[in-house]
Design a binder for this molecule. Sequence first.
Ligand code: ADP
Ligand code: MG
Length: 399
Amino acid sequence: MSSFRTLDDLGDVTGKVALVRVDLNLPMKDGSATDVTRVEAVKPTILELADKGAKVLLLAHFGRPKGKRYSTMSTSFVQGDVEEVLGKEIMFIPEVMGPVVEQSIGILRNGDIGLLDNVRFWPGEEANDPEFAKGMAAHGDFYVNDAFSAAHRAHASTEGVAHHLPAYAGRAMEAELKALDAALGNPEQPVAAVVGGAKVSTKLDVLENLVGKVQHLIIGGGMANTFLAARGVDVGKSLCEHDLTDTANRIMDQADHAGCTVHLPYDVVVAKEFAANPPSMRICNVHEVASDEMILDVGPQAVEALGDVLKTCRTLVWNGPMGAFETEPFDTATVALAKTAAALTEGGSLTSVAGGGDTVAALAHAGVKDDFTFVSTAGGAFLEWMEGKALPGVAALTA
Ligand code: ADP
Ligand code: MG
């Protein structure tokens, strides 16, 4: 891993202004947050800097105002939630640069926290305008990025500012980068990747990156159907991207050359209609799917065999559920494999890292979200990392 500076590399910060990029894009209902996980994630960094006597300026986006100021998208809406999680009062500052920010810094005492307004109110943010970045940087003595979830965007607050100030990874960013490095950057081998979810087309780059890096590629979910079809299996009316069978074959060839074993289900759970516990549901071999049936989950024999594969591995990286897990009982394979991975992690033989919106939901549903080594809630940034892409917000910290 190219090295990045962390809060451990900071000298005395007493009285210095820390410009801290955080993710406060909280899900809201009726004016208050329904989930404050993102605030909890950045709390250690904020409090550490405040405890060390810095004046902490929080920089964040909120919604998609697209370069215009909307009163409904002000970060002041999350001020109360942030204060509650931090256990501290903070000062709302309705700008991101200029005299108002300067005056506010004058009022803040050492260890106080200010919340700047939604950085996406200004078009310079998403355009990564160097002048805009410079204007924000002018108020800080150093910059801390603790928003891995926004690191795939080269925006002024996630990338540009880092060129004008000494830049450091916050504690959440540091933990995320270390976990991701242990999973794919510099993992203990053998490595297994589970890739599931709905469609091959959304995860082509992920698959192509993984075949060169892992020893076992376990394909489940709707995307397994496209691979099965590529191998000549009749998948009936399953979700399947028939136009991508050549691509699937190419990926399987690449895996062959790279010494990566591709695991596809050999038994599956099928039904004639997509509903909870449909009467037509049955388990069958992949070669026995009828033309009016669809594959909705991986079968029990395959799940058992995949568990055995995980037992031989030291590292697991997982994105995408194995079946249509939102509908009972098509969560069975996902839950069973997640529990196996969690047990192996607890037993100390497996480092397990997972991410992806639906994957996080599926692991929570399986009750094992806290039993994996690391579960990333970063969404798009996690996927781009799985695609092997350099994330601009991370690159700016290592330059
Ligand atoms: P993530 O958000 O973790 O990256 P995806 O969005 O790629 O995951 O995929 C999740 C979706 O895939 C879920 O909504 C799930 O219902 C769907 N899915 C999984 N297996 C199947 C299947 N066999 N048929 C249809 N949909 C499936
Ligand atoms: Mg999804």
